[in-house]
Write a protein that binds this ligand. Sequence first.
Ligand SMILES: [Zn+2]
Length: 164
Amino acid sequence: MKSAFILLILFFAGCANSTHNTKAGKTKSNLMKPKVNKPEEEWEKILTPQQFYILRKKGTDLPGTGAYTYHFEQGVYKCAGCGASLFYSDNKYESHCGWPSFDNAIEGAVVMQPDYSHNMIRTEILCANCGGHLGHIFDDGPVETTGKRYCVNSTSLSFEKSDE
Ligand SMILES: [Zn+2]
């Protein structure tokens, strides 16, 4: 009786192994190759819980709550994850949408990709250097400049004031 039980276990173990062998190869997208490529466990250690939620889990700050929504000093807004320079304060404007808004990003600093989450078709913006989620880009920006609104979570940003 005992040996029959062991045989049964071996039989199921054999089945499990054969299904593992047919496991599909890597399907992860190669569209974006960030220069900083840390495992998520490492990001979780170095970021605050809110930064991890926004940058790595594509979360969103509650409107009007972020540190930089109504912040208009001269300087550079950097990625809170990797420190890459993303936006100049000269490109920041008051959009009244509840999040920091810019009409342009520093060239090559931000990448875009389609985002179909929450039953919407939007364009996500990410830090080109580390792949951190920044926010979304919309076409309702100031017409006198680019017409674009880079809508960014304050949590994704850190600010470096310029000297003059
Ligand atoms: Zn970054």
